[in-house]
Design a protein around this ligand. Structure first.
Ligand code: SF4
Ligand code: SF4
Length: 118
């Protein structure tokens, strides 16, 4: 299992989850510069969880005021191609967020009508 931060965080970014995380794996942090070139707190619309550092404790979930943090079913490995332009932790986090958003869209979509081949 892994935890991800989804779109409701956009525009809120109150860092309540950062304060609750026991292993400091929610980024970017305020007033922090990342040596690997990752964008800083002011440069992003929402925060993300580093899936490598996260210990799946769930402490961040109840403190989020907009219920933006979700547990995914299983850890996933991003495609090799997507990790060429970004640091591995960022590309992995973005891949997990994309899978999470796609899953929620598919769950809420109406059933598709099927026709028999003629
Ligand atoms: S599940 Fe636990 S370790 Fe992972 S981001 Fe949330 S508080 Fe941090
Ligand atoms: S607690 Fe929720 S809204 Fe606040 S920064 Fe974390 S994920 Fe975003």
């Amino acid at each position: 299992m892994a935890y991800v931060i989804a779109e409701p965080c956009i525009g809120v970014k109150d860092t309540a989850c950062v304060d609750a995380c026991p292993v400091d794996c929610i980024h970017p942090k305020k007033n922090t510069s990342y040596e690997d070139g990752r964008p800083g707190f002011e440069d992003v619309q929402q925060l993300y969880i580093d899936p490598v550092e996260c210990i799946d404790c769930g402490a961040c979930v109840p403190v989020c005021p907009v219920s933006a943090i979700f547990a995914t079913v299983s850890r996933v490995t991003p495609p090799e191609a997507s990790s060429t332009a970004l640091p591995p932790t960022i590309s992995t986090a973005r891949f997990i967020v994309a899978v999470s958003i796609l899953s929620s869209i598919m769950i809420s979509a109406p059933p598709v009508l099927r026709t028999s081949p003629s």
